[in-house]
Design a protein around this ligand. Sequence first.
Ligand SMILES: [Zn+2]
Length: 197
Amino acid sequence: MTPDPLNRLVAQLAKLPGVGEKTAQRLALHILRSPPEYARELSATIQEVVEKVKLCANCFSLTEQELCGICRDERRDERVLCVVEGLPDLMAVERTREFKGRYHVLHGVLSPLEGIGPDQLRIKELLARLESGRVEEVIVATNPDVEGEATSLYLTRLLKPMGVKVTRIAQGVPMGGDLEFADQATLARALSARREL
Ligand SMILES: [Zn+2]
């Protein structure tokens, strides 16, 4: 019943993460009903992003140049590296405005079940950065789940012998949270990562 090009658009949109068949259909119809300039702009922007945006040669976040804005920013402390799983995590840390160091994006976490080992992550590149000798502290900011913890442990074992200070972001009870409702693992973690006041 539906014209072929529309079916193809729905099929393409449905490949996006979190977009099911129904949402894809709604998006496709929305694009179709919008002024033609919108569709032209959308496809041109997608094309441009794919052609121009690449990984930073140093930290592997995104950039239009050889190095990203953070790596080029002289005011950022190159002695402290925050290691994150992916770009959304980097953006989350940046939003806090608390961190003035630099980053290293792993692009994943160790997951033997999914066949993701150290070679699939940007770990070799991290070691190379540490060999420069300017980095004094590595903050491991992987997620507090099974893979994130395994990755953190792996990195700690690898980095500590290099004479660099390895720290892990603290985890615990969320702001506005209630001890009574915190799960066991979260509360245990909060207790073990306690600090003196
Ligand atoms: Zn960078």
